[in-house]
Design a protein around this ligand. Sequence first.
Ligand code: SAM
Length: 405
Amino acid sequence: MNLHQLLRNDTGLVLPDEAVERAVRERRLRLGLSTREDYAPLPRTPEFEALVDLVTVPESWMFRDPEVFDAALRFVQRRLLSHPGRQLAILSLPCAGGEEPYSMAMALARAGISPAQCRIDALDLSQAAIARARHGRYTRNAFRGADLAFRERWFDSDGGGYVIGETPRRYVRFSQGNLLDPAVPARNAGRYDLVFCRNLLIYFDEPGRVAAAAAIRALLLDDGLLLSGCAEAPAFCRGGFAPQSLGAAYALQKQALATVRLRPRPPPPVANAKRPRVDMAPTPTPPQAASPAAVTVGRLIAQARQLADAGRLLEADQACRAALALQPELAEAWFLLGLIGDAGGEPRAAERHLRRCLYLQPEHYEALCSLALLHEQRGEAQDADLLRRRAARVHARGGKQGATR
Ligand SMILES: C[S@@+](CC[C@H](N)C(=O)[O-])C[C@H]1O[C@@H](n2cnc3c(N)ncnc32)[C@H](O)[C@@H]1O
């Protein structure tokens, strides 16, 4: 197995070749090794970890996505009331240079919650990142928001930098750890009330995402809460989590316990009939039901459209599938999958998805038009014509909005 494969197997990271080769060159120079063949570190050795430090992306900053910390604090406050006398446990994994766990510590301290009531374990694969986190000294790069009052309150100035104060430090315990190392969930199974796992799965391939979601499931208490990054929520949904509506944060719970109470959704108003390719201009229908799951489904569909508009078809596809995991008969999600399949050069899959949409919602005007065009492109004029007539009847009955093609 070559070094690239070893790195991927061990860390889950999908690394560009240049990044690995650059890191190898740097380590060889440091060690004085003249040929590439001489450099063959084995996983879980100090040299392998030194290499890993050079290929990881420990990009983070204080209160990155502030609404996530608001949601986390609300969850902790509610939970302290429902579990009086118990110390709550939070996990920040990956914690990079400590920005995320220290942000949560500042939020807890500001709310008057003590380390005896709530503590934070913070893990990262990178030894160097953990060393930086323990040191706790940050430059301006770690402070990117507009409101920096927290810096005055919880940091000490130190030359050009800022050192985290004693109060937030007391909440956090750092250690080096690999989420994909089975020992990590085995040691801490079912320990955490709240887990932050943000901006990690985006660097993994699908087997890595599956393993990561399983590890987080094992670490989280059955009624605990997971806060993920926006692009990562669909992968967690596929891995046994269900989204919860918690303000703007991407919050999830283990599927079995999530309160998925979906009411049937009225058919969405049919929008512009012009079949978009990658530009999916119609605005999403806001969810009619007020349950958290229905709100989440609406958000996932809106997100899928935005991602598709931006040409991020894979992520758009994932967002649709996450919505379908919650509401399998959501015609709009099948319609979007049809457009995404077509834009991605998979006309057969596109047809299957559009037909599924029409099975669920036979008068879906856009799906009728899109399917007609697919047939037309294949030279199947008769099928195309039939579908166009169906679309025209829907149109005549007033079942569509926007311009016809
Ligand atoms: C972009 S940072 C995210 C930090 C923080 N969660 C945030 O959202 O700001 C990604 C971090 O993931 C860490 N990492 C990569 N693979 C990992 C793994 N298999 N287990 C634990 N941490 C990992 C890297 O070392 C890096 O510090």
